[in-house]
Design a protein around this ligand. Structure first.
Ligand SMILES: Cc1cc2nc3c(=O)[nH]c(=O)nc-3n(C[C@H](O)[C@H](O)[C@H](O)COP(=O)(O)O)c2cc1C
Length: 202
């Protein structure tokens, strides 16, 4: 299927060239910023978290937690206020914000869980691909005030913020403020030859 016939290709994919055969969903996933402001339904949000829930994790510890806010609800403003200005510029039109939080210690014995971020990252990717299959945008953000998040999100001991995720209904690139408009397209990747090595790192 050519990109122009592919329903996932609602953008200019000219910077993304496949080097080997893999499912289109991987090359077609990207992080749009332009969203319409329409709130997601609870059903949509549950579907996204359901996808995240099935991610693999060390000892099946499932360290991820999904703390959400929908626009127009009392939870929205406190979570939105955590975002750095540069992200507030566009995430104001998100249809949901999800703070992805991970338990840093195993529940079973309170020992440090070295893979908590790795595991939470797997959940994020599952959610991102689920969003894409629903025709929704998913955009992760590190740019928020992590130091204030623990209090704002009521995180107890042994929980650490991993990312804030904006989910939303797509909108046209020209609805973004000027500096972001021209970046509203799928980005390229390093070639496989710079990433794949037999046996040892060069
Ligand atoms: C953990 C993480 C943190 C990110 N933080 C931000 C952010 O604060 N603001 C932003 O606009 N994009 C952020 N991004 C989006 C990345 O810039 C984007 O994923 C990357 O450029 C690759 O583009 P793509 O997702 O469209 O393929 C983040 C992505 C990840 C995975």
């Amino acid at each position: 299927m050519s990109d122009s016939e592919n329903p996932l290709a609602l953008a200019d994919f000219s910077q993304r060239h496949a080097e080997a055969v893999a499912e289109d969903q991987f090359r077609m996933r990207w992080s749009p910023r332009s969203m319409s402001g329409q709130a997601l339904t609870m059903e949509q949000l549950q579907t996204l978290c359901e996808a995240g829930r099935w991610a693999p994790s060390c000892f099946n510890s499932q360290p991820w937690r999904f703390i959400y806010a929908l626009p127009g609800t009392p939870q929205w403003q406190p979570m939105f206020d955590l975002l750095m200005d540069v992200n507030q510029l566009w995430a104001a039109k998100a249809g949901a914000l999800v703070a992805l939080v991970a338990r840093t210690h195993f529940e079973a014995n309170d020992a440090p869980a070295a893979t908590h971020s790795f595991d939470a990252g797997a959940a994020w990717m599952s959610m991102a691909l689920q969003a894409q299959s629903m025709g929704l945008a998913a955009h992760a953000m590190w740019g928020f005030h992590h130091d204030q998040a623990a209090q704002a999100l009521n995180l107890g001991e042994h929980f650490a913020t991993q990312a804030m995720i904006a989910f939303g209904h797509r909108a046209a690139a020209d609805e973004l403020p000027e500096p972001l408009r021209e970046r509203e397209m799928p980005s390229p990747r390093k070639p496989l030859e710079q990433l794949m090595f037999a046996g040892t790192h060069p």
